[in-house]
Design a protein around this ligand. Structure first.
Ligand SMILES: [Zn+2]
Length: 298
């Protein structure tokens, strides 16, 4: 490997990115149980839920209640996705300490997903960022479709770079670059990261892969080679994308941990505890476990 990454930060997005795409509503008590289990695995970053309109995402309509009920150990950071100022105000009222904002590098995807142009989404960001900063809230920015868009096809790496740079300039602390539909390959991943890292420090970048074409683990390895050290994943490979036909879930946390363990890269997370949590959840919601590692070991 070229770059020496010794420690990786894993952001567990299953409770939000995963559960928001489940066909059925997962009961609040199951969500709370899941998040509490995850916090006992060594994971320090968990995206707990979303404070979006219940009409937009009914699966997470209980976001505030979930946030209120979960254990919040001091050393675990729970982020919440907020779409706008109203979402942030709700988050502040609940005592949330980290928020995630969302935009995409594709104009058509942004339009269909959040009903505005990319420029308008950045404009909305700036109000939210200003208020969040006043309250000492840490901010994560999601950029979707970085390696391809269901409507526009391939995406110029330069576009990803300039949008990411804009977000960092606004005051976003960390930008998660998402291959939302899971079409990217390692070479494409590296070209994109190289373009972005000319404008933004690498330690502010996270990679967020979906495994639609089975490339996620290879893409993570390709990202590690360039020195990226933050990765999003979801236990049991939960997730999908309602806007992308056939898009499968996020890369499974269990599979990422197996990769890191094999490379001798420290994560601080107990893979067996994550496997147990994933199996418990899959039993509860009657879902097939998408983690290859989990299936192999159980
Ligand atoms: Zn995702």
């Amino acid at each position: 490997m070229n770059a020496e990454v010794e420690h990786v930060k894993i952001v567990e997005v299953g409770p939000r990115d995963g559960l928001q795409n489940e066909p059925l509503f997962v009961p609040t008590s199951t969500k709370v149980e899941l998040i509490n289990l995850l916090a006992k695995t060594g994971l320090k970053h968990i995206e707990a839920t979303s404070f979006v309109s219940p009409k937009a995402i009914p699966q997470l309509a209980d976001g505030a209640e979930v946030y209120r009920q979960i254990d919040k150990p001091e050393d675990v950071c729970y982020s919440v996705l907020v779409p706008n100022l109203k979402g942030l105000e709700n988050a502040l009222a609940c005592g949330v300490k980290e928020i995630a904002l969302f935009t995409a590098v594709s104009e058509s995807f942004t339009q269909r997903n959040i009903n505005c142009s990319i420029a308008e989404s950045i404009h909305r960001f700036s109000d939210v960022v200003t208020l969040a900063k006043q309250h000492g809230i840490r901010i994560r920015g999601y950029v979707s479709c970085v390696l391809g868009c269901p409507y526009e096809g391939s995406i110029e790496p330069q576009k990803v770079a300039s949008l990411t740079e804009q977000l960092i300039e606004l005051g976003v602390d960390e930008v998660s670059l998402g291959d939302t539909i899971g079409v990217g390959t390692p070479k494409q991943t590296q070209e994109m990261i190289k373009a972005v890292s000319e404008h933004v420090p690498l330690d502010k970048l996270a990679m967020h892969f979906h495994d639609t074409y089975g490339q996620a683990i290879a893409n993570i390895y390709a990202s590690l080679e360039l020195g990226v050290s933050i990765f999003d994943s979801a236990l049991a490979g939960l997730g999908g994308c309602p806007y992308a036909r056939g898009a499968s879930g996020n890369v499974a946390t269990e599979d990422v941990l197996y990769l890191m363990n094999g490379l001798g890269i420290e994560t601080g997370v107990d893979i067996y505890k994550v496997i147990m949590a994933g199996q418990t959840l899959c039993e509860r919601i009657g879902r097939e476990n998408q983690s290859k590692v989990s299936r192999a070991l159980s």
